[in-house]
Write a protein that binds this ligand. Structure first.
Ligand code: PHE
Ligand code: FE
Length: 296
């Protein structure tokens, strides 16, 4: 059976034809998932769970179990919402794909997490550029069960609305924080470094690379350092930042960022792969295999 077709409209812009997604919240068309869709979920779920035991933080793995996620079939948002709502007051809402920044921030500020309803095609199992159901649901949703991380995400949404009003530089600083924590964060535990970032846990290659490769830097979390640091969107990260705990993350991001944005406006940005004076270095990367240029 074919995978579920998606309707995406395209609009001509100065960058050529680009997909336009509706910003509307959509009902998860659960009955419309094909056997291929469920099989894609199963394959990815099984493969990642096997890989992530001992690599992802225990909070993440336990939360998937507590929510009743399994390899069996694509979960239903309404069932997950019963567990999630009771735990931390978050609600999953279905969307077509990436949202405009302000819409995204507004959802988070109101404890709604937008989840792309469609899943990648079988030939995209190992890589897809844009977020799909597997990335959003498998990667992002479990930690919303953790009360501290749940509060961090809502605070991030409120901070996003504020940064959007301040301007593009503030927004860039804040986006880097999201990138290096929510998407690509590592956490230091008594058992060693573990993954909590959604961009890592939803990728087989980066789950191994982020923890085990000698190539990338692994550096202790430092808010302003992160806000200054460019990142990669087309390769594995050159640098990962390591938090000690979700409480540390929450405490460090509690203060008003307005004066920090003002200060950073005059401060040089750092290349994605640079180790900087004052860094707490868990590992200085060998840089092997790094692509030249391309930091965003
Ligand atoms: N304290 C931040 C601000 O004033 C808001 C924020 C909290 C941003 C947590 C990110 C994460 O903008
Ligand atoms: Fe993501």
């Amino acid at each position: 059976m074919e995978a579920t077709p998606r309707r995406v409209e395209h609009q001509q812009t100065d960058k050529g034809y680009v997909p336009v997604y509706t910003t509307a919240v959509v009902e998860q068309p659960w009955d419309g998932y094909s056997a291929d869709d469920h099989a894609t979920w199963s394959t990815l779920y099984q493969r990642q769970r096997e890989l992530l035991v001992g690599r992802a933080c225990q909070e993440f793995l336990d939360a998937q179990d507590a929510m009743g996620m399994s390899a069996h079939m694509i979960p239903r948002f309404d069932q997950l919402n019963e567990v999630l709502g009771a735990a931390t007051g978050w609600t999953l809402v279905g969307v077509e794909g990436l949202l405009p920044e302000l819409d995204f921030f507004d959802h988070l500020a109101h404890r709604r997490f937008p989840v792309t309803w469609w899943i990648r095609r079988p030939d995209q199992i190992d890589y897809i550029a844009e977020p799909d159901l597997f990335h959003d649901l498998f990667g992002h949703v479990p930690l919303l069960m953790n009360p501290v991380f749940a509060d961090y995400m809502a605070a991030y949404g409120r901070g996003g609305v504020k940064a959007h009003a301040i301007g593009p530089d503030a927004l860039q600083n804040l986006t880097r924080l999201y990138w290096y924590t929510v998407e690509f964060g590592l956490i230091n535990t008594a058992d060693g470094l573990r993954i909590y970032g959604a961009g890592i846990v939803s990728s087989k290659g980066e789950s191994l690379y982020s923890l085990e490769s000698a190539a990338p830097n692994r550096i202790g979390f430092d808010l302003e350092r992160i806000m200054r640091t460019r990142y990669r969107i087309d390769t594995f990260q050159k640098t990962y930042f390591v938090i000690d705990s979700f409480e540390q993350l929450m405490a460090a991001t509690g203060p008003d960022f307005t004066p920090i944005y003002a200060r950073l406006a005059d401060t040089a940005h750092l290349p994605a792969g640079q180790v900087h004076e004052g860094d707490i270095v868990f590992q200085r990367g060998s840089g092997e295999g790094w692509a030249e240029g391309g930091d965003v």
